[in-house]
Ligand binder design. Structure first.
Ligand code: NIG
Ligand code: FE
Length: 412
């Protein structure tokens, strides 16, 4: 019975396809009422009307779930998080409330470096326990796949430790959420390399083959006074040659040309993009780089939101993610992400759904396996407490996901 589930009486709402959905296509969802979804061995085997359900599905082999006419969506994909970290930074949050800036705290040795220190001194088991707590909360909000970055190590030993924590989470009996891992050694310049960014990039390049087995993507905080364009380019080019998918924290604090660089390097995604230039947007649309927008971070930093409308109207694929981390954005709230995207970024409810499902999957090179409710894809389904998907942003910051199903197993 494990992974065998028949969901009856569902109103299916889903984007369709096996790749990122771009531009105006993002607003098109397929809707099917009074539908049945059959999941066999964790994969979607049948979708359609009850009357068309083939008789080969013997009810003895399947658990049955009655959705009661409510909406069934593909599981949400949170494609950008910093899920693993030691310590917390509430004091910095208060400093920012009083007018301090994110970058000035970082330049004083706080910010990312303070989490690096805490992560170094936290035992692996404690990091696992802490992440499990977040994963549980995320799955309750409908997240069925999450990306998790390293980047609070900045030396081989601790970066490895973080990637090993992610491996332990992948196989933990207490976690069902699928996890994709990203190497973010280029998250900050460690103090011992101050003024020698090039040498730190040399070190990161040496780490790449050593972390390759444990990380699918390589990411860089491409930012003024952190890893600027030339350092980012050198690291990412080498990573690409070694088979990593590429991601960038791009144009988050200032407009540096990170969007353009992501297109030049055929990155899978560029993320944040609060200050992306029009040229950057155009280049990303031309190359099919997914624009992963993180409205919770803009909200928490009191920064302007990324130009979601411009991206979509220029023909880009937009994904949404939480950016959960202990500093700039201590929130993994999917409901608030949805509300902010609709209220402040002027995304339609349909575009928001596509951004959190199929386009999130595409940002992890998984659009052929997850992100939509279609035969052959993984049985990751969420059921809302309503027969109307438009309640999603209406529930401002409140959760309307009632049931979460991962690979055909009910986890909530
Ligand atoms: O995505 N800006 C770089 N990285 C994270 C924040 C990490 C932190 O502050 O700990 C981000 O915003
Ligand atoms: Fe981030």
């Amino acid at each position: 019975m494990e992974g065998n589930l028949i969901i009856k009486n569902a109103k299916i709402v889903t984007p369709l396809g096996h790749k990122a959905v771009r531009g105006s296509e993002m607003g098109k969802l397929s809707i099917l009422s009074e539908a049945v979804i059959v999941i066999t061995n964790g994969l979607i085997d049948f979708i359609g009307k009850l009357k068309d359900l083939p008789t080969r599905y013997n009810s003895q082999d399947y658990q049955e779930f009655d959705a009661g006419g409510n909406v069934a969506l593909p599981g949400f994909v949170d494609s950008h998080t910093h899920l693993i970290f030691g310590g917390f930074r509430p004091d910095e949050f208060e400093w920012r409330l009083k007018g301090d800036s994110y970058m000035s705290i970082m330049e004083r040795g706080g910010g990312i470096q303070s989490t690096v220190n805490a992560t170094k001194s936290t035992p692996k088991d404690d990091l696992v326990k802490k992440a499990l707590w977040f994963l549980k909360r995320m799955s309750e909000m409908g997240v069925t796949t999450v990306e998790a970055k390293s980047g609070y190590g900045l030396d081989l030993e601790t970066e490895m430790k973080m990637l090993e924590v992610i491996e332990l989470l992948k196989t933990s009996s207490e976690n069902k959420v699928n996890i994709i891992s990203t190497f973010l050694g280029a998250h900050a310049i460690p103090p011992e390399y101050k003024g020698r960014t090039g040498e730190y990039v040399d070190l990161l390049i040496k780490m790449l083959p050593l972390v390759k087995e444990k990380a699918d993507f390589c990411d860089v905080f491409c930012e003024k006074n952190v890893f600027e364009l030339e350092d980012s380019r050198r690291l990412l080019k080498t990573a690409r040659e070694q088979g990593f998918g590429l991601k960038l924290h791009a144009d988050e604090i200032v407009s540096l040309g990170g969007g353009e660089l992501s297109a030049e390097l055929d990155a899978v995604s560029a993320d944040h993009l609060l200050h992306v230039s029009d040229e950057g947007i155009k280049a990303m649309a031309e190359k099919g780089v997914v624009a992963t927008l993180l409205p919770l971070t803009a909200f928490a930093l009191k920064e302007p939101y990324a130009p979601a409308r411009k991206f979509i109207d220029t023909g880009c694929a937009v994904a949404l993610a939480t950016d959960l981390n202990p500093g700039s954005c201590f929130s993994g709230s999917i409901p608030l992400t949805i509300a902010l995207a609709c209220i402040y970024m002027n995304m339609s409810i349909e575009e928001t759904i596509t951004a959190l499902t199929l386009n999130g999957a595409a940002a992890l090179r998984l659009a052929d396996k997850i992100g939509s409710l279609e035969k052959g894809k993984r049985g990751d389904v969420i059921i809302l407490g309503s027969d109307n998907y438009k309640v999603l942003p209406y529930y401002v910051g409140m959760n309307c996901v009632q049931t979460t199903i991962i690979s055909g197993n009910i986890v909530k």
